[in-house]
Design a protein around this ligand. Structure first.
Ligand SMILES: NC(=O)c1ccc[n+]([C@@H]2O[C@H](COP(=O)([O-])OP(=O)(O)OC[C@H]3O[C@@H](n4cnc5c(N)ncnc54)[C@H](OP(=O)(O)O)[C@@H]3O)[C@@H](O)[C@H]2O)c1
Length: 309
C-alpha cells in the first residue's frame, strides 16, 4: 500500500511517522519522489499543483489535508471519479472554536482600545460591554460553525447562524439561503465566516454584505480568503461603517507585501493558523479511510464535488 504526500505547509516527516505508527506497512512517498506512479493508491495532499495527480493510474482515494476541499476542486487535472475526502477532526474543530471566540471576545471587550490606552499610560474606562445585547452571526453552521455558535451562545451572546438549508441548533436563530442573508447580516454586530469556499460563497463578504451589516459591525474571516473582497473591506473600514476585521485567511497567501491589510489599524491578521491539522490527531482518520476504500466502501467525510463541500 503506497501513499503520496504533498503539502508546502505541513511537515512530511511528521506525517510519515504518525501514519506509519498506526500502519507500519504503509509506504509514504513524498512529492516529487513518486517512484512508480502505478503503485500510488492514496494521495494525501494540500493544494496540489496542476497535473500533479493526473498520472496516477491506480489512485483510489484523494484525501484532503484539511477540512476544506476548495483547494482540490480548483486543481486542474484531477483524475475523474476518484473519491475525495476531507478531514473532520475534533482537535481541528476545537482550534477553530478557540480562534473565533478569541477574536469575538477580543473585539467585544475592546482590548485594542485598552492597548492604545496602555501605550499612552492612560487609566481610562470605556462603557462596559453588554454581552446579552450583542448579536453575533455565524456564516456556515456545519461541523465547525455549529460548535462556534454554541460556544458563543454559552457566553450569553445572541447568536444566529446562516446556512444553505435551515438549521435547528438549540438556542441559535436560523437563517438560510440567499433570501436569508440580508436579514441575518442586519442583526449581526459581529459576523464570523466559517463557510466552505464554493462558487456560491466566493466573494460573499463584499460591499453589499458590509452595507447590510449594522454600523460599527466587526468582521471575522476564519474560512477562506476567497470569501472576502479585500478592497471592499478596506473601503468599509476607512469609511467608518465597519469597526474592524480579524482575518486568518487572505485571497493570496502569503499576503503580498503591498497589501493594505498588513498595516491597516483596524485589521488583525494571522497567517492561516486558525485550525491546523495535526498528524498526531488526524492520521487515524487517513488510515481508516484507506482501509474503507480498500474494502470498496466510501471513505469518512466523503465530499460531493457537485455541491462543492
Ligand atoms: N482557517 C483555517 O485554518 C480553517 C481550518 C479549518 C476549516 N476552515 C474552513 O472552514 C470551512 C467550514 O468547515 P466545516 O467543517 O464546518 O464545513 P461543513 O461542515 O461542510 O459546513 C459548511 C456550512 O456552510 C454552509 N454553506 C455551504 N454553502 C453555503 C451557501 N451557498 N450558502 C449558505 N451556507 C452555505 C453549509 O450549509 P448546510 O448546513 O445547509 O449544508 C454548512 O452549514 C471549511 O470549508 C474551510 O474552508 C478554515
Amino acid at each position: 500500500m503506497t501513499l503520496l504526500f504533498y503539502s508546502k505547509v505541513d511537515d512530511p516527516d511528521d506525517w510519515r511517522a504518525a501514519l506509519q505508527a498506526i500502519d507500519p506497512g504503509l509506504e509514504v512517498r513524498i512529492w516529487p519522489a513518486v517512484g512508480d506512479p502505478a503503485e500510488i493508491e492514496t494521495a494525501l495532499v494540500w493544494r496540489p499543483e496542476t497535473g500533479m495527480l493526473a498520472g496516477l493510474p491506480n489512485l483510489t482515494l484523494i484525501q484532503s489535508l484539511g477540512a476544506g476541499i476548495d483547494h482540490l476542486l480548483r486543481a486542474t487535472g484531477l483524475p475523474a471519479g476518484v473519491p475525495m475526502a476531507r478531514l473532520v477532526e475534533p482537535a481541528l474543530t476545537s482550534q477553530m472554536v478557540e480562534y473565533v471566540v478569541l477574536a469575538a471576545l477580543h473585539h467585544h471587550r475592546r482590548i485594542e482600545a485598552y492597548r492604545d490606552f496602555q501605550a499612552r499610560a492612560e487609566w481610562h474606562l470605556l462603557p462596559p460591554a453588554d454581552t446579552e445585547a450583542t448579536r453575533i452571526g455565524v456564516m456556515g453552521v456545519g461541523v465547525i460553525g455549529a460548535k462556534v455558535a454554541h460556544a458563543l451562545r454559552g457566553f450569553g451572546f445572541q447568536v444566529a447562524g446562516w446556512s444553505r438549508t435551515p438549521s435547528a441548533l438549540d438556542g441559535i436563530e436560523s437563517f438560510h439561503g440567499a433570501d436569508g442573508l440580508a436579514p441575518f447580516l442586519a442583526r449581526s454586530d459581529i459576523v464570523a465566516c466559517l463557510l466552505p469556499l464554493t462558487p456560491e460563497t466566493e466573494g460573499i463578504l463584499d460591499k453589499d454584505a458590509f452595507a447590510a451589516l449594522p454600523s460599527d459591525a466587526y468582521v471575522i474571516n476564519a474560512a477562506r480568503g476567497g470569501h472576502l473582497n479585500e478592497e471592499d473591506l478596506v473601503a468599509a473600514l476607512d469609511s467608518g461603517h465597519l469597526s474592524g476585521a480579524w482575518l486568518d485567511v487572505c485571497r493570496e497567501e502569503p499576503l503580498p507585501a503591498t497589501s493594505a491589510l498588513w498595516h491597516h489599524p483596524k485589521v488583525i491578521l494571522t497567517p492561516h493558523i486558525a485550525g491546523v491539522v495535526l498528524p498526531r490527531t488526524s492520521s487515524a482518520q487517513v488510515i481508516e479511510n484507506i482501509a474503507l476504500v480498500r474494502a470498496s466502501r466510501p471513505p469518512l467525510n466523503l465530499v460531493d464535488p457537485a455541491r462543492g463541500y
